[in-house]
Design a protein around this ligand. Structure first.
Ligand SMILES: *Cc1c(COP(=O)(O)O)cnc(C)c1O
Length: 388
């Protein structure tokens, strides 16, 4: 029997090692891993540069309290600020922690300017911002909140794509709008650039903050360092996590100077957040994935893979409804429930994961090789033909 709580519906398979895009089971069966820990292992498994970093740092220093200065964190924060809109960074350990801390930053900002009643966060109905108590109520999903007691107050919701409802829901107590630039769990739904621009304008007009949750889309997953960059907007607060540690848990909140002013000493903290080991790994990840050359390669691979998948959609219109996504955050929307399709892909040794709206989510490592994309494509093609 298993002593693990039953909160996951796990597939009956386990792996003993991984290398790049591949995972190996205990008995040596090889799988092409296009889940990568759900957009976490951005450089694949057992990346040699990350191994070197973790080896070096683990011999020197793992953890010290945030009561002291942490040079590895200073270095990482500087890199993040120099590459993005941000002026300040606050380290966390996970995505949900980063989204919750973002909510705190937004509320605290209005408190600090003498408007404590501006504390409500407007979110997309059935979005995904994590699984802590506040984050599930931010997501506004019935399924995620059921049975978890009194509602955490302070969240309003609008329907994705319904701009009228969005405008109607903003009131004098609204502090911020929080959105995912590409809804990950919700089915790889991309918010178009023009829409992000309008959203920024709306926030300026209403004097409220814009929080862009880049936990899944960030750190080069979209082909840009952040998914919002192609729209040229500047958000106020951006939580990140998944990809930044390349498989090591670390999250962060990026913020501009204006909102950072509210975060005075003692207003937030995290025991593990931003320790030397986590930060040194993230430093190496950022050095690799944020270069122009690396990003151009992600864009090139994405274009190639998406165009192949779109051809597949033409070939099997009765199976595939839509091809979605940007960069290497890709969704194949099916006409029917995707569970059987994912199982079949797995039978053919390709690992993928579900997302909302019957979507098969495909998340290769960002340094995936072209021939590995070809191999995956062949398997997807085969499963489509079996599904016809
Ligand atoms: C995964 C995810 C989170 C939560 O991250 P955890 O590390 O699981 O807490 C929050 N927001 C988005 C957009 C995510 O994809």
């Amino acid at each position: 029997m298993s002593y693990l709580a039953k909160n996951y519906n796990r597939k009956k398979i386990s792996f003993s090692r991984g290398k790049g895009s591949y995972l190996y089971t205990t008995n040596g069966t090889k799988y092409l891993d296009f889940v990568q820990g759900i957009a976490v292992n951005c450089l694949g498994h057992a990346n040699s540069r990350l191994i070197k970093t973790i080896k070096n740092q683990s011999k020197k220093l793992w953890h010290v309290s945030n009561a002291f200065e942490i040079p590895e964190g200073e270095k990482l924060a500087k890199k993040l600020c120099q590459k993005t809109f941000a002026d300040y960074v606050m380290f966390q350990n996970s995505g949900a922690e980063a989204t919750e801390a973002s909510i705190k930053v937004a509320r605290r900002y209005f408190y600090s300017i003498g408007k404590p009643n501006k504390n409500r966060i407007l979110c997309v109905k059935n979005s995904f911002h994590g699984r802590t108590l506040a984050a599930i109520y931010a997501s506004g999903s019935k399924k995620m909140t059921e049975g978890f007691g009194p509602k955490v107050p302070g969240f309003d919701h609008f329907v994705f794509g319904n701009h009228k409802s969005l405008k109607k829901k903003i009131n004098k107590n609204t502090a911020a709008i929080m959105i995912e630039p590409i809804m990950g769990e919700g089915g790889i739904k991309v918010i178009p650039d023009w829409c992000l621009k309008e959203l920024r304008k709306l926030c300026n007009k209403k004097k409220i903050l814009l929080i862009v949750d880049e936990v899944q889309t960030g750190v080069s997953r979209s082909g840009d360092f952040f998914a919002f960059e192609s729209s040229k907007i500047r958000p106020d607060i951006v939580p990140i996590a998944k990809g930044i540690g390349g498989g090591f848990p670390i999250g962060a909140v990026l913020m501009n100077k204006k909102v950072a002013a509210g975060m005075t000493p003692g207003t937030h903290g995290s025991t593990f957040g931003g320790n030397p080991l986590a930060c040194s790994i993230a430093n190496t990840v950022i050095d690799i994935v944020s270069s122009k050359k690396f990003l151009n390669n992600v864009k090139r691979l994405s274009k190639y893979f998406l165009s192949n998948l779109n051809q597949l959609k033409e070939k099997y219109p009765e199976v595939i409804k839509d091809i979605r996504g940007r960069g290497l955050l890709i969704g194949i929307q099916l006409h029917q429930n995707q569970a059987k399709f994912i199982k079949k892909l797995m039978d053919h040794k390709l690992l993928t994961i579900r997302a909302g709206e019957n979507v098969v989510r495909i998340l290769p490592p960002l340094n995936v090789k072209k021939n590995e994309l070809d191999q995956a494509f062949k398997i997807i093609n085969k499963v489509c033909s079996e599904f016809k």
